[in-house]
Design a protein. Structure first.
Length: 430
């Protein structure tokens, strides 16, 4: 399969999801509730700030007295003066729109309301379209890059196929596509995590200064998407940093260049993330203590030292995040992935392991908390399928996977064959 065809099919896949989400939202009658309503209202408030940012300056009494004559005699000068401050005013007001969570999702969705309107359905559709696009592109690129870095020539030639399969699989995980039909931060968090992993595997040795800089931007924006973002990327980053540090006894000049690029990446990350994190750090700590440490008992969540608590997120994978059939497919091709010669196995393993341990240790648990790990499962499955040696068997499994994915998407979305009983879709409003 050529790369051009694979990319075209990813675009078709995205458009299919956008249309499917539109149909689903048009049929859905449930309102946004709880966190969904909170994030939606913050997004609408951001849109209002972007379109009315000059109002506080103009209506402030000292400014009104000074500019009273300008309003009548030179309105163009008043307009130009206030417009100069619009961006600054909007920036500082938007940074405080979300006192509990960062504001990147609100800022990303708000400008589109000028075209789509800001009804709940429009907001959910915009949120789903933006971050599904990022997620599919990042997952495609991640699987394709890993396949093309394989030690086996046959696997390298199937990079576009691996990327396409990974994008397809991640898009039909029920928790993923259901989050594209509501207004939460988790789809954006998952998309930014996959994008960060994509940037990391492109430049694992930090030889490329430009890629290191852009990785820093992605890491900073990921932190501005949701404050727990560092948990998902910390393991892979620390692994890569440790490998670079271990090579300091070799080529000293090359190591200094790599280490300088690592510092640049971290400086950019801190610079981007600091605009929200620094003024809200006390609130972040308070929220973490309240939700992560003490809230579990109130909601009846099993503690980490029990069997139910230790396996909470493991059991959530087939029950709420993916499906049992897709997990069976993953296990069936896992050996082919492990012997495919692709690099980055430690990165994938730490991407899965560290968040699992961290969120298992917390008092409060929710299957959404490990949702950003799902692209890793899709990538492993896709690489395993692409590494199958027999062409007939490989294409038979690929065809079966595509049919299974399409059937699962329709059945879970519209309860086809449910016998009148509602199928619970994680993260939806009904």
């Amino acid at each position: 399969m050529s790369e051009r065809i694979a990319r075209l099919l990813v675009v078709v896949l995205l458009l299919g999801h956008v249309v499917g989400n539109g149909v689903w939202l048009a049929q859905d009658t449930y309102p946004l509730v709880y966190d969904q309503a909170h994030h939606y209202s913050r997004s609408v408030k951001t849109y209002y700030i972007l379109t009315h940012s000059y109002m506080p300056l103009v209506s402030w009494e000292p400014v009104r007295r000074v500019t009273a004559f300008m309003d009548a005699e030179m309105p163009w000068l008043l307009y130009g003066t206030t417009q100069a401050f619009d961006g600054v005013i909007a920036l500082f007001r938007i940074l405080h729109v979300g006192a509990k969570h960062p504001v990147a999702v609100y800022v990303a969705t708000a400008p589109f309301y000028a075209v789509t309107g800001f009804t709940p359905d429009a907001a959910c559709a915009v949120n789903g379209a933006i971050f599904l696009a990022i997620l599919l592109a990042a997952t495609y690129g991640l699987a394709k890059t890993l396949a093309e870095q394989s030690a086996l020539e046959a696997v390298r030639a199937r990079g576009p196929l691996a990327g396409l399969l990974a994008a397809l699989l991640v898009s039909v995980y029920p928790m993923i596509f259901s989050q594209g039909r509501t207004f939460m931060l988790d789809l954006g968090l998952t998309a930014m995590t996959a994008l960060a992993m994509r940037a990391l595997v492109v430049n694992p040795t930090f030889d490329d200064r430009r890629v290191a800089k852009w990785l820093g931007v992605v890491l900073g924006l990921g932190t501005l998407t949701k404050e727990v973002f560092p948990i998902y990327v910390a393991g892979p980053l620390l692994w890569v940093f440790w490998r670079i540090w271990r090579e300091r006894q070799g080529d000293a000049e090359r190591w200094r260049v790599r280490f300088a690029h690592v510092r640049l990446c971290l400086y950019v990350t801190c610079g981007v993330a600091a605009v929200w994190v620094l003024p809200h750090l006390p609130g972040m700590v308070k929220n973490f203590i309240g939700v992560g440490v003490t809230a579990g008992a109130e909601y009846g969540v099993p503690p980490w030292h029990t069997l139910a608590g230790a396996t909470f997120y493991l059991l959530a994978v087939p029950k709420e995040q993916t499906t049992l059939l897709l997990i069976v497919l993953l296990l069936a091709v896992l050996w082919r992935y492990l012997t495919s010669g692709v690099p980055g196995k430690a990165v994938i393993a730490l991407w899965l392991l560290l968040p699992y341990l961290f969120f298992t240790a917390l008092s409060f648990k929710d299957p959404r908390f490990t949702m950003p790990c799902l692209p890793a499962l899709a990538v492993v499955t896709a690489l395993g399928l692409a590494a199958i040696r027999g062409a007939a068997l490989r294409w038979a499994l690929v065809t079966a996977t595509v049919l299974l994915a399409a059937a699962q998407f329709v059945v879970v979305s519209w309860d086809v064959g449910a016998g009148g009983e509602k199928i619970a879709v994680p993260g939806t409003r009904g």
